[in-house]
Design a protein around this ligand. Sequence first.
Ligand code: SF4
Length: 205
Amino acid sequence: MNAGGQEQLLPVMEHFYTIQGEGYYQGRAAYFLRLGGCDVGCPWCDVKESWLADAHKKMSVAEIAETIALSGAKVCVITGGEPFMHDLTALTTAIREKNIRTHVETSGAYPLSGFWDWICISPKRFKLPLAECLNAAHELKAVIFHRNDIRFAEENAAKVSKECKLFLQPEWSREDEVLPMIIEYVKENQQWEVSLQIHKYMNIP
Ligand code: SF4
């Protein structure tokens, strides 16, 4: 088997069966797989320990797919880090062979690889999303830290397909300050929806 097959090793920071807390699939059961490695460098990143790929235990694609299948989950959300720093062709093939949907959360800063049922782009101004990623997005989830992040969200929304779902999500530590402004914005711009990180209210990962 070659390096892109079932024996391909990927750095796994953490993995767990939980409830999707954000965006379009909010509230649904999903297995989360957080891959190590990210060079986007968001100052407010809440998973900075994911940045160094080599700091994380490696698992084979076959082992990952088997572990997810054993949980009984019907959806796997691959996140990071920045998942597309890795070739995800073999991983998504193996997960789909188990009849599990493949969802991804990415900054869109790297070319896509793999086979996806749902692509969520969360664009970051520190490393801009590629046009090919924005074109393919089913969901655009813009994290709002400051008022002027809404302008950045709109710039990206102008580049996605008409079917793409649009979400504005307050950055967790700024929610009290930013949420009222997002609510007013969404009332005036109804193509957008509010996304909250409800897993944090439920106190689950
Ligand atoms: Fe953190 Fe995600 Fe930004 Fe990477 S892209 S620095 S993992 S918030």
